[in-house]
Design a protein around this ligand. Sequence first.
Ligand code: PLP
Length: 413
Amino acid sequence: MSAICSQSAIDAKALRADFPILASQVYGKPLVYFDNAATTQKPQVVIDAISKAYATCNANVHRGVHYLSQQATQAHEEAREVVRDFIHAASSDEIIFTRGTTESINLVAFSFGEAFCQPGDEILISGMEHHSNIVPWQMLCQRKGMTLKVIPFDEKGCLKIDEYAALLGPKVKLVAVTQVSNVLGTINPVAEIIRLAHAQQIPVLVDGAQGAAHLSVDVQALDADFYAFSAHKLYGPTGLGVLYGKRALLEAMPPYQGGGEMIDQVYYSHSTYNQLPYKFEAGTPDFIGTTAFTAALRYVQNIGMDKIARYEDELLKYATEKMQAIEGLHIIGQAEHKSAVISFVIDGIHPYDLGLLLDKLGIAIRTGHHCAQPLLESLGYEVCARASFSFYNTFDEIDTLVAALLRIQKMFK
Ligand code: PLP
């Protein structure tokens, strides 16, 4: 273990000091937080940014000529530029603030659907999607008389790219696929998926809820048409997300919601709409959240997303090896390219019992269907346990988890 630590690009023990919650005790035990795929903890700079924004520049954005409003607007628009840089978009006009990945996908399902979809058309998703990248498309299909088709995956948890290519055709209006599975951990070959779709002029939406938190993202290099992610999984505040979309597509799509900010002129007979990105941002945006997100993105950029990915990969490999050695423990998702997520079951122990007992030992994992019921069902499970890692987790914490699993297993025997 020490050999692995000494090669690591990241000093996790030092970085932990930036996250006040990680010093907590749970039932008298030091907190081991392994539920990072659900949401990540916040560094002090993000917590401070929220309180500083309320204390120093709380005023509604874009609407006021007064000083505070201008300060708030400047901070909010700076956040858009920081996000643009983080995912390497061509223009900040292509960065739309939403409430999260879920709202970003719903926006595309509604607005793209209105602009481009007809009865008989198809939407293609993968067999490892989160409910937020299934249900909005299902609703679109029901609204428009379209069909939802699913790309299968193999026993390791890798998408079957040949079968995907065969599903592409003139009826497919959009491909929507996750960059990283929140259950299997699989890192999908999204560049290849996009290349194959574009060969047939089909746009692709990438669900980056997990991807953006663990990998360097370059939407232009990927040539993604849409990319959706959430701030709270990226060390930022809850209730805030991003939709990236290529300008030409966004220009051709109608607004998702109506209200203030998204309009140019309003008459009783009709309205004209604002330019990008405001056309898709009806109402008062979460300008305190965007300011805090700036702090979160600068924080991770300061560490380096490549370093984060390398260190989390070391954690993943270490945990996989240790957990695989536990008799009766089965890891769900064995793709070669995986992100730091380990879903698993243990013979003879219900995942809920496992989660509750681990909690009593101070270890937070997630149990349930992980908002991916069709995926789990296709693998023959209703629920499973999931440990997911961040750069602030340590090899020692993995040892603590493994020792706890062995102890619980003994109790059940
Ligand atoms: N997509 C994936 C792959 C996810 O893991 C999640 C959340 O766990 C979502 C979408 C939804 O994200 P949010 O609830 O932040 O909108």
